[in-house]
Design a protein around this ligand. Structure first.
Ligand code: SF4
Length: 394
């Protein structure tokens, strides 16, 4: 639904675009795909306003003036992990003081409480746990499903799916996904993609799955009719060319399957990781990355700004740099906060809607596949006061 007052920005204002970028702007206006060389040129450009104008044309062509959010709750069932990715401050070994493992009852009662607040999705990931059994995972999914048949269970990154398949279920990826889906899984998460280039993976997450293995899990899920999101963890040791290569591989799989609903890039949080010497991506870098992603990924409908990482004020600005989704209420985020993020751990529906309206966009609650929820399907909490909403935006 697009408001009557919305003036379409789907035509390019060439007077505001520097000469060297105009050939790319012309391609975008004509609805043509840009090349990897074009994407690299955009990444190297300091003309942030021009990038915003070009990304906005794509964004409004695809999504009009709407900006969505989801009412969801995060659950990290355990941070115990057999791997030790260098960029990760979340994982622990069983003996570590910060190791945790929630009982199924604890998880169910946290989700039951969030359902009373109106969530439509639980988003659940954890470490690669060495000893939890197949029955534990299936009971968890079944008990969540029994809480509310309409609750969407989005769970497990591609590396968790591989871990379950190879070490826990001892089945193929497809069989594992089928078993999980039968127990209640609604979609898999996009995490774990990091940067696909093998040299980067070797330096920041040695032992993790390869790009081909990550892509294969999603390809298999899509071939079963499933949908998923995709991600990129940037702003560490990767080059701009390696970012473009990452986007290229995502666009290629999307051409093949059409199964990605949205793209969610995250800036690396170095503070408490082994890579603490790396300087965090600046606000300009985050906006540039979002704009280039929006322009290049012409076959993925939605671009999400992850406010947990970038903060709600910058996420709000990003609504003019290609973004059409502010992710969700989340309620309890751990992974980025254990790495040093200083943003709040949750947002209210009112805070997200306020941020979207203030940016001149029309807020719309969405489901896990970015479908708009209207009327009875839309769930809200008891309305917080305007003061509460503004506090959460600060
Ligand atoms: S990023 Fe994932 S796989 Fe790597 S150490 Fe952290 S929890 Fe384990």
């Amino acid at each position: 639904m697009i408001t009557h007052t919305f003036q379409s920005q789907r035509r390019m204002n060439y007077t505001l675009i520097s000469k060297d970028l105009r050939p790319i702007a012309e391609k975008i206006e004509a609805g043509q795909r840009i090349s990897e060389a074009d994407a690299l040129q955009l990444y190297r450009s300091n003309d942030l306003n021009a990038l915003g104008i070009m990304a906005n044309v794509v964004r409004e062509r695809k999504n009009g003036n709407c900006a969505t959010y989801i009412h969801n709750r995060y659950i990290n069932y355990s941070n115990i992990c057999v791997l030790s990715c260098q960029f990760c401050a979340f994982a622990a070994k069983k003996r570590d003081a910060h190791a945790f493992e929630h009982a199924i009852d604890e998880i169910i009662s946290a989700v039951a409480e969030a359902l009373r607040l109106g969530i439509t999705e639980v988003h659940m990931v954890g470490g690669l746990h060495p000893t939890l059994k197949k029955d534990w995972y299936l009971k968890l999914l079944r008990d969540l499903r029994a809480l509310d048949p309409d609750l969407h269970i989005k769970a497990f990154t591609a590396i968790e799916v591989r871990h379950l398949a190879q070490r826990i279920f001892r089945a193929s990826i497809r069989e594992t996904l089928e078993i999980l889906r039968k127990a209640g899984l609604g979609s898999i998460t996009g995490g774990g993609a990091e940067i696909f280039d093998p040299a980067v993976r070797d330096a920041i997450c040695r032992g993790k799955e390869t790009a081909a293995e990550w892509l294969d899990v999603h390809r298999t899920w899509h071939s079963m009719g499933g949908r998923s999101t995709c991600t990129m963890l940037y702003g560490h040791i990767e080059t701009l060319a390696q970012r473009v290569d990452h986007l290229r591989q995502l666009r290629k799989l999307q051409d093949e399957t059409g199964g990605f609903t949205g793209f969610v890039p995250f800036a690396f949080e170095p503070q408490t990781t082994e890579l603490a010497h790396i300087k965090r991506a600046s606000a300009i870098e985050e906006l540039r990355n979002l704009a280039v992603s929006r322009i290049y990924l012409d076959n993925i409908d939605h671009l999400t700004a992850y406010w947990v990482s970038m903060g709600l004020p910058l996420a709000q600005i990003s609504l003019s740099y290609g973004v059409d989704d502010l992710h969700g209420t989340i309620i309890e985020e751990k992974i980025f906060h254990m790495a040093g993020a200083t943003t709040p751990q949750q947002q209210t529906v009112a805070a997200l809607e306020h941020a979207i309206r203030e940016a001149g966009r029309e807020p719309v609650q969405r489901d896990s596949h970015y479908h708009h929820l209207n009327g009875a399907r839309k769930r809200t909490t008891s309305a917080p006061t305007r003061a509460e909403a503004e506090l959460a935006c600060a």
